[in-house]
Design a protein around this ligand. Structure first.
Ligand code: FAD
Ligand code: SF4
Length: 552
């Protein structure tokens, strides 16, 4: 075996620095490998994060439009996908809710026959929870109390729970004060105690949210991993005529934030980990299969994409003296039935742009009937309560007066992503969705939102894209490169090695093979911990790690 350090720039190149990527960076560095992380998003310091969502250029990621934030929305026919884009991936914008899914998810989907997942995963969930600094939320805000009162009113108060969160909330009432690293025996950075400003989703400006750049990625960099921010990977090719990657890979990158001087750079490595999120990894692999860089990627790519069957509803309490933005972004949840899970979500005071997307709560099956009903609801409200209707519609004060109810269903429903020329733009191929639409109307959720508004003396809310275009929004896109027994059923094996290639892994939300019914980041982290546990230490690598990756 040749000396890898001489032959390659890096042992491992990781594409993307989100949950999967950061775990891999830390664990591989710990095992003695020379690791690089290519991340197309920017690196953020707490003080650079936007104060409110009106600071659009620092919130949204659309570099071609000059927007260099950390949050992106991608529009498809079947779903609008919200995702993060930064050093630390989705952790910069996420609500920090870290929940384990019910045990049954491991016994459905293509991964179920491969091992006793419940037994295998328990140790990795425990590690992930420790690393992400999970605690039961100690800070309930007005939105959480309202969720609990409404749960009492509809008879499901026994299901009310405080979320488990990756937020530093010490018990000694030191909100806003700094503490020497409380998580990694002083090996990590200092933290500030959470001040309950409700801003987690806009990025924590107070160093209290346990983002990946403060744990996994921080430790990886400290132990030698090189992180390349604003570097987008555009190609990955096997080296030296070994089509299955046995001789390593060449990774091609460009600067993601430049229009013209894109400063292309190539790096060689022995092994590659795709961790670009479900959407990012699917998109990159489709492109690389199409241009014959990685032609052997399974035909199952893009299949079994799940969106957690989500619907966003809520309530606004115009003129309320309560400040509903207080608390943490996602402080509590309930189950209104066995399959339907609702979390109370808030935005920080002043972040009122979401108010442009909300409207009066409207029932009904999607289509023209629902749009007509919505128009009638608006008209009735305007005629009966003109002042209240105006106060409901104006964005100003929206975050202080509103609570979003994030409804997730664990019922299985999936769509597919393909690489095609859309009818409206036949000049090049894009990622396009197909299959059965995920429902945008969950009757029991609307019923709950109506009750919620009634208890608070407010008005129920739906989101406009769900009504007008029958397109649900989701922050939890998973699947598309699922774990399975062979390339006939999935894209990676149970150790997340890519079928058809050697020394190639996928560690992100794309490998998840069932609808979790809860927010997915903890499961992505635990799965990456498990996948990395099979990689031998570098000293033993020559003997152990050279085994061929599984093929179809
Ligand atoms: C507003 C919001 C709130 C959320 N709240 C929660 C929550 O409370 N709990 C929860 O569990 N989940 C939450 N999520 C979802 C969570 O963020 C994702 O599930 C999680 O981040 C996915 O992890 P990942 O490892 O798959 O990839 P990500 O964390 O998405 O990281 C992928 C990274 O890869 C980078 N990348 C993509 N393509 C390339 C490329 N070609 N080259 C280089 N880099 C690339 C991206 O920029 C990104 O930084 C939330 C999401 C949003 C948008
Ligand atoms: S509530 Fe505020 S201080 Fe606490 S973690 Fe969220 S953003 Fe940070």
């Amino acid at each position: 075996m040749p000396d890898q350090q001489e032959k390659f720039d890096f042992d491992f190149i990781i594409i993307g620095s989100g949950f999967g990527g950061s775990v891999c960076a830390h664990r591989l560095t710990e095992k003695g490998y020379k690791v690089a992380v290519m991340e197309m998003g920017r690196r953020w310091n707490p003080e650079d994060l936007p104060r409110t969502s009106w600071s659009v250029h620092r919130w949204f990621w659309r570099p071609r439009l000059g927007l260099r934030g950390f949050f992106n929305m991608r529009f498809f026919r079947h779903v609008t996908i919200y995702h993060g884009c930064a050093v630390g991936g989705g952790s910069i914008t996420y609500g920090a809710t870290l929940l384990q899914p019910p045990r049954e998810v491991w016994t459905s989907g293509t991964w179920s026959p491969l091992c006793d997942w419940n037994t295998s995963m328990s140790q990795h969930y425990a590690t992930a929870e420790r690393m992400l600094g999970i605690t039961e939320n100690q800070i309930l805000g007005p939105a959480d109390y309202l969720l609990r009162s409404t749960a009492e009113a509809v008879g499901c108060s026994q299901t009310f729970y405080r979320t488990k969160v990756g937020i530093f909330q010490p018990s000694d009432n030191t909100a806003g004060q700094t503490h020497a690293d409380p998580f990694f025996s002083q090996q990590g950075p200092p933290r500030w105690a959470c001040i309950a400003c409700g801003g987690c989703i806009m990025g924590c400006r107070y160093g209290a949210k346990n983002t990946l750049d403060l744990n996994y990625l921080y430790l990886a960099e400290k132990h030698g991993a090189s992180v390349f921010p604003e570097r987008k990977v555009v190609d990955v090719k096997p080296l030296d005529g070994s089509p299955a990657g046995g001789n390593g890979y060449e990774v091609y990158t460009v600067r993601s934030t430049s229009w013209f001087a894109r400063n292309p750079q190539q790096f060689t490595c022995r092994a590659v980990v795709f961790s670009a999120s479900a959407l990012g990894t699917m998109e990159l692999l489709f492109r690389l299969r199409e241009k014959h860089s990685l032609p052997a990627i399974s035909p199952q790519l893009g299949k079994h994409v799940r969106t957690n069957s989500e619907s966003l509803i809520g309530a606004r309490m115009p003129g309320s003296t309560e400040d509903y933005s207080q608390g943490i972004s996602i402080g509590s949840g309930i189950y209104i039935d066995a399959h339907t899970h609702i979390e109370a979500v808030r935005y920080p005071r002043g972040s009122d742009t979401m108010g442009l997307l909300t409207t009066v709560l409207t029932d009904g099956e999607p289509g023209s009937g629902r749009i007509a009903l919505w128009a009638r609801n608006i008209l009735t409200s305007l005629l009966r309560h003109p002042i209240r209707s105006w106060r409901m519609a104006r964005p100003s004060g929206w975050a202080r007066e509103s609570v979003i109810l994030l409804c997730m269903q664990a019922l299985d429903g999936e769509i597919q992503m393909d690489w095609r020329r859309p009818w409206f733009w036949p000049f090049r191929k894009f990622l396009v969705s197909s299959g059965q639409k995920v429902p945008t109307y969950i009757p029991q959720a609307n019923h709950f939102a109506r009750k919620f508004a009634e208890v608070a003396g407010g008005t129920g809310m739906s989101t406009l894209p769900e009504i007008l275009f029958d397109v649900p929004g989701t922050a939890h896109c998973i699947g598309g490169c699922v774990i399975a027994d062979s390339a006939t059923h999935g894209v990676v094996d149970s150790q997340q090695r890519v079928f058809g290639y050697q020394n190639m892994y996928i560690c992100d939300g794309s490998v998840i093979a069932a609808n979790l019914g809860v927010n997915p980041s903890l499961t992505i982290t635990a799965l990456a911990e498990r996948a990395m546990s099979f990689v031998p230490e570098k000293a033993r690598e020559a003997n152990d790690h050279a085994s061929p990756a599984p093929t179809a």
